[in-house]
Design a protein. Sequence first.
Length: 318
Amino acid sequence: MEGVMMQGGGGYSMAVRTATGDIIYKNGKRTSLRDRYKILRLPILRGLVSFIESMMFGFSALSWSAAQAGEEEEKLSWKEIAVAVVAAVVLSVVFFVVLPVFLASFSLEYLGYFGRSLVEGLLRIGLFLGYVLMIRRFPDVARVFEYHGAEHKTISTFEGGKRLLPVNAAEYSTIHCRCGTSFILMSMIMMVIIFTFVGNTNVPGRILTKIILMPVVFGISFEVFRLPLKFPNSKIVKLLVAPGLQMQKLTTKEPDDGQLEVAMTALMTIPGFPKGENTLPPRVYHIDEYEKMMADKKAETVPAESTKVAIVEQQGAL
């Protein structure tokens, strides 16, 4: 996956490095359900909506970037994306809900309700860490984690008031306090706290309770996830987000200059982004411009090939 997706108040932008070395981007406005329905802006509800929209839009961005980078022949349809999201949710429930609940149930007799919840949480976090440690060894995933690091360094460069250049991003970390990895880990911690007091039943009942209350967990986790924006200097908030920041050491890698250029392109091409003195890297094209350019090149090649064939046929006739 050779791309980065960025979002801002004005919309979104996705930038990809093609097999030819060009950078192409696609941008536009994106309206959230929270903008259409006021009730979805309420605490907890807004977190659930953000999570669902991020999942759907994330799969769409991955599909588009893979298609543009030549890894897929065509991008997925919304129906295929929906199926992928459902499949991801089902697998997540099996591995991170059902399995920990079943395994931890054997500890209830010895540790009580709180101990069981703690064992569940440790198992869940352990499974997640094991999963990340396993997939980060794959070359394709390693590239994704490098682009993840490029995204964070780019945002930190902009927030630090520096020009968006790879050389300026070098001083910044690949870790950022508003990363989605922190949200995932925060959700797991919230599950330990909430389900210590809720769902103290048998294994099937506990699994069902967790699934039903999962939206509440995501909603509460989202509110905690937003605390650094409101209280950036609070020691309590820093303590809450510390595990997520440490987790990012596994989900990000140091990017190269080319990856930073892609991330910076994505940021600068968000509709309404205040560019200031920042300029786009070389060989950057909007997707419409790039497709037209490729079509023109193809049209120029076809007549040339036809001429070669005609010459060969004439020589054969002689």
